[in-house]
Ligand binder design. Structure first.
Ligand code: F3S
Length: 282
């Protein structure tokens, strides 16, 4: 049976400027025929990473980094702690700096926190590479949390400074700040949520609402993809998150319905187009 779906790709979806900048830089170096190592996944999207691997890029882990000497090594948009920079220098590597300028600004702010014996809270995911980079800049005592329930208020000092991982949800960050203020803490709020993505929230909700079915194209390890998918689900329960066409199930759709395809900040345009082409053929 022909489904005759109407497919619409979200014009606000796709790479944020920091990720696009890192990928453009990598491609520029590869197109010049140079060898390029990338520390960690350049973007949380397996297929895009594979595409760059085919062009010659080599991804390395932090465990492999000590063995990399005299190479071009790209620092992805998430940024790195100072110890990574020191290691690159010790091994005479050529650092290709693709840390997002917004993350670099956050690093600068964080590195000065603690000079007044502040205690720093980071609203983010403990294991996220950006948070690892942020922690590396800190000289103050700190605690990283993702949910209010993780905070043990009795163990925290009265005066706190709070930062956020750039890709966290702005409303959730505000809720955490209000909770701390209402609990009697003197809070120095450093709102470091990236507006390149938080501003997309309302537009995305409207996009998800006006389609029968929504497909969020995002890697399973993309924090931003998870946040954006939750926004879609809040207005449209028929929202599905996936990376590959093979994950699509035809019983998600009914004949003549509209399907909105959107993506995370780590989703390349070509991947959304591939899903659109597949759905058009159903
Ligand atoms: Fe930069 Fe914001 Fe993207 S911090 S990497 S532009 S989500």
């Amino acid at each position: 049976m022909q489904l005759n779906l109407t497919i619409d790709i979200d014009e606000n979806a796709g790479f944020c400027f920091g990720v696009k900048r890192a990928i453009d830089l990598a491609e520029q170096i590869l197109d010049e025929g140079k060898e390029l190592y990338c520390l960690g996944e350049i973007v949380h999207n397996r297929e895009e990473v594979d595409r760059l691997h085919k062009k010659g890029m080599i991804s390395i882990t932090h465990e492999q980094l000590p063995d990399i000497k005299e190479k071009n090594v790209l620092i992805r948009s998430h940024g790195e702690p100072p110890k990574t920079y020191a290691l690159l220098e010790d091994n005479n590597n050529n650092r290709i700096e693709a840390t997002c300028p917004i993350v670099l600004k956050l690093h600068q702010k964080v590195s000065t926190a603690g000079t007044n014996h502040e205690f720093v809270l980071i609203f983010g995911k403990k294991t996220h590479p950006e948070v690892i980079g942020i922690i590396g800049q800190l000289s103050a005592d700190y605690f990283v949390f993702e949910r209010i329930e993780e905070l043990e208020l009795s163990k925290l000092p009265k005066q706190l400074t709070i930062f956020s991982q750039t890709t966290m949800d702005l409303d959730a960050f505000r809720r955490a700040c209000n909770y701390l203020i209402q609990s009697g803490f003197e809070l120095n709020v450093q709102d470091t949520v990236c507006r390149r993505i938080s501003g997309k929230k309302e537009k995305l909700a409207a996009f998800a609402e006006r389609h029968d079915v929504v497909i969020m194209v995002a890697g399973s390890n993309s924090s931003n993809g998870k946040v954006l998918h939750e926004i879609c689900l809040s207005v449209n329960p028929r929202s599905y998150k996936l990376t590959r066409v093979e994950e699509i199930q035809s019983d998600w759709f009914h004949p003549g319905e509209t399907v909105g395809i959107t993506g995370a900040t780590s989703t390349p345009d070509w991947q959304m187009k591939k899903i659109a082409a597949f759905l058009s053929g159903l």
